[in-house]
Structure formats: C-alpha cells, structure tokens
Design a protein around this ligand. Structure first.
Ligand SMILES: [Zn+2]
Length: 323
C-alpha cells in the first residue's frame, strides 16, 4: 500500500528501532517500478520508490513536462501499490533529486500526493536550502497537509562536519518543527559508480549525524545514504548499524537493467529477423522487459536483504493497524 506522510515517518522510526534500512530505488520506467515492487513483495519488505527530475521529464513519464511526469509517476506507483498484488508491501513514493527553477512548483504539486519529499540542494547556498525547505513546510502548515521531508547537505562533498547538522538541519527544524524525518549529510560516498570502494566512507560520521539530528529534533531521525552504488557490502551494513534508514540506489540499478537489455538484443538477433517464427514475441516490449526482470529482480532482492529490510513489511503494517 502507498504510505501517507505520517505512515512514512512511522516507517523511519521502525527501521531505526529494528536496525534495517529501506531501499530507495530510482525506478525510471513503469517496468522498473513493477520490478522493484515485485522484489519487495518477495522479501516481505517495505520499499521506497523515488523519482528525480530526469525521470519526471523522461519519455516514460513527462516527455519534457515535469508536472505531467509527476502526475504519471504518482498514478503508476499508487495504482500498483494499492492493487491487491502489492497491498501488503509498504511503499513510500518520494521525490529525489529535484533542482532548477521549477523545483518549488514541482514539490508543491507533489505535496498532497507523495509520501515524502526532498530536493537537490547541490546548487544552493545553505540559506537557500533552509528557505526552500521552509517554504514547503509553510505551505503544508497553511494547507493543513501532512508532510514528511528529507533534508540534504553536500552529499558529494566528502564527510560533512557535524556543524552542518546545526546550521542546516537544526535551523530548518527550528523554523518548522516536526516535518523532517531523514537527514542526508555527506558521509564520504559519491553519486555514480565509484570503483575504489570509497575508502572515505565513515560509519562514525553516520552515527554522529544520526545522534545529533535526533537530539536536535527530539525524535528519531534516519540518515539517508546517497551514492550507495559503489559501496562494499560490509560498509553498507555498517552504515545501517550506525543509523542509515534509507539507502538510495540509482547508478547500479541502471547498469544492471541496461546491461540486461544489451544482452537481450545481442542474444536475440536471429529472432528479430522478420522471417523468424518468434519475431513478434521477441520484438514486443514484454520480451525485453521479462528478460530484464528475470535478471534485475533477484539483484533488488539481494540488495533489500543486505540492508536487513526483509520480513518487516507485513509486520509493520499489522503493528500499526494500517491493514
Ligand atoms: Zn542522491
């Protein structure tokens, strides 16, 4: 089921309490959305499906129109998440890297229908970041809409000093208490496919930021880990033990899907000849997507299990009386 903002906050607390992290996948096509839900169902795990600006504007959703993409992405995820097939899966629908002049308009449109929001602050000053978060909170308060937020700070800029938690997270929390659920400081990871295993990654920084943010807010705050694709399994698990409650996954996910598609076309060239008896089944979108799913879904399952987020979904929903 698609979680509301309040239910999403309960999920963050549950993850911190039971020491697991929820996998947050940038699913960039309807087939990818379906595959991620299928993996979560197989694990009985909660899952976060998130969209960045490039997905909202992509051909599968908005075709250049981010607001149209936002509505189509929501329609896709909410219909599937609330369908009988996936009703036992707690699903968070989240906005990930949204930046540029349309940011506020996109997030205001997402506010009433998405489970939780974040924006890309990489091109913002600290004051602009606090103001953008503050504007969303003020809108939510004015419209009496529930809102759950992730706030980020320099996720690609090495390890954020603990003072960033005071100047950014604490300032946003003080201006509009109660809306923030995740804090995403830099902890030594990078977006993209790092090949060096990130020796700069610091589980100690995760623990220190998680503790400080939770103290400031007076409630448990989860750390959101960006740039997880190149991080070794042991570091990921150390991150979860230290207070990471949300692990964003995009680059590696894209690589697995695109390599499977490449393999499909390389191994099915003969069937794509118009004289071949199977050319139509091979040419149809389902031919490719079924091939990709058979290789992708087990990788998502593996990732969810690595983060400890299995056999928690139905138990979470039942415990809170959501089903
Ligand atoms: Zn990110």
């Amino acid at each position: 089921m698609l979680l509301s903002p309040a239910q999403t906050r309960a999920l963050v607390v549950d993850a911190l309490h039971h020491k697991y992290a929820v996998l947050a996948v940038n699913a960039d096509s309807p087939a990818a959305v379906y595959d991620v839900l299928e993996a979560a169902r197989q694990c009985d795990a909660p899952v976060i499906i998130e969209t960045s600006l490039w997905q909202l504007k992509g051909r599968s959703f908005g075709g250049g129109d981010a607001r149209l993409g936002l509505a189509r992405y929501h329609a896709e995820v909410s219909l599937l998440a609330n369908h009988a097939a996936f009703r036992q899966v707690p699903v968070v629908l989240h906005t990930d890297h949204i930046k540029g002049p349309e940011t506020t308009a996109i997030l205001e449109a997402a506010l009433p229908i998405y489970s939780s929001l974040s924006l890309d602050s990489s091109e913002m000053t600290p004051a602009e970041n606090i103001a953008a978060i503050g504007k969303l909170c003020a809108n939510a308060t004015q419209q009496r809409q529930p809102l759950t937020l992730e706030m980020e700070a320099g996720v690609d800029a090495g390890v954020s000093p603990l003072s960033d938690c005071d100047t950014l997270f604490a300032a946003a929390e003080k201006n509009h208490p109660g809306y923030l659920a995740w804090w995403a400081p830099g902890v030594g990871t990078q977006h993209g496919l790092g090949s060096d295993g990130y020796p700069t990654f610091s589980a100690e920084a995760v623990a220190a930021h998680q503790q400080r943010a939770s103290e400031v807010a007076g409630r448990p705050i989860g750390i959101a880990l960006h740039g997880s694709s190149g991080l070794p399994a042991a570091s990921l698990q150390a991150a979860v033990r230290s207070g990471v409650a949300k692990v964003n996954w995009s680059s590696e996910s894209l690589l697995i899907r695109s390599q499977a598609a490449q393999e499909y076309f390389a191994t099915h060239a003969a069937q794509l000849d118009k004289k071949h008896k199977d050319w139509k089944n091979t040419a149809m979108d389902n031919g490719l997507q079924a091939y990709v799913a058979a290789r992708y879904v087990p990788k998502v399952v593996e990732r969810i299990k690595l983060l400890g987020g299995f056999v928690a979904g139905a138990a979470f929903l039942a415990k809170h009386g959501y089903v």
